[in-house]
Design a protein around this ligand. Structure first.
Ligand code: PEP
Length: 258
């Protein structure tokens, strides 16, 4: 499928930053700075749980989607501190980041857990943003494609073809996250293309052509345009640069102009 038929998605990951009292001003500024671009680029903000109601409220009716940064693999029950897909849907969230490398590294999330969380999200109306990517050591060992392919295949295990339409994949090389080091547009393209091939092998070319594949890892207002022009890069997952509406808006506007 022609890239131009895939709507670009720019998703901000606030991580454990911001306060509820700051959300309204952030939203107003972002909406002002992206006016006119929102109809083509899908903008999403993934907020910490306690900030989600404020974000959902602030972006209501604007076309900007809101999401969480994690969810439980379980539907309900005795899982202290966890949040379920149904609870996210109940407050109006639409997206959820799954398998971010910080969760994999600090909270022991394995590919199997990422798969269970993806299935839990897809049993609800949520759109999962499933993160995959290699460490620097793995890149230097030359196993990037094998590893990312395995991560994608495991994450999508038992995901039905009709649910794939809600899946968003984010290729996030671990060495590029929060480091200021960005993958070159060619490196990002190469891996995003390989991911599309994996999806094509699992679900067919048409389904792969319709799946949004984002790049994440120190994307900012300076480098976004070049990365977003790559044929298999359908948008970005943005950490640091999503915290300031000015820089996040430049990325959203760049994605809209491709
Ligand atoms: C991320 O956390 O998903 C991310 C890409 O972070 P940063 O943009 O800060 O590298």
């Amino acid at each position: 499928m022609n890239k131009d038929l895939r709507q670009p998605i720019i998703a901000g990951n606030w991580k454990m930053n911001m306060l509820a009292s700051q959300v309204e001003a952030y939203a107003q500024e972002l909406l002002l700075l992206t006016q006119g671009h929102e109809s083509w680029c899908k903008t999403v903000v993934c907020a910490p749980y306690p900030l989600l109601p404020a974000a959902i409220d602030a972006f209501k009716g604007s076309g900007v989607g809101t999401g969480a940064q994690n969810l439980s693999m379980h539907a309900s029950g005795a899982y202290t501190g966890e949040v379920s897909a149904a609870q996210l849907i109940d407050i109006g969230a639409e997206y959820v980041i799954i398998g971010h490398s910080e969760r994999r590294a600090y909270y022991g999330e394995t590919d199997e857990i990422v798969n269970k969380k993806s299935l839990a999200a897809l049993e609800s109306p949520l759109r999962p943003i499933i993160c995959v990517g290699e460490t620097l050591q793995q890149r230097e060992l030359g196993v990037t494609f094998d590893l990312v392919s395995m991560q994608v295949k495991t994450a999508l295990h038992e995901v039905a073809a009709d649910a794939l339409g809600r899946v968003i994949i984010a290729y996030e090389p671990v060495w590029a996250i929060g480091t200021g080091v960005t993958a070159t547009p060619e490196d990002a393209q190469e891996v995003c293309h390989a991911i599309r091939e994996v999806i094509s092998g699992l679900y067919g070319q048409e389904a792969a052509g319709a799946t949004p594949i984002l790049y994440g890892g120190s994307m900012n207002d300076k480098n976004a345009r070049e990365l977003l022009m790559m044929p298999d890069v359908d948008g970005g997952l943005i950490g640091g640069a999503s915290l300031k509406p000015e820089s996040f808006a430049v990325i959203v506007n760049a994605a809209s102009q491709r």
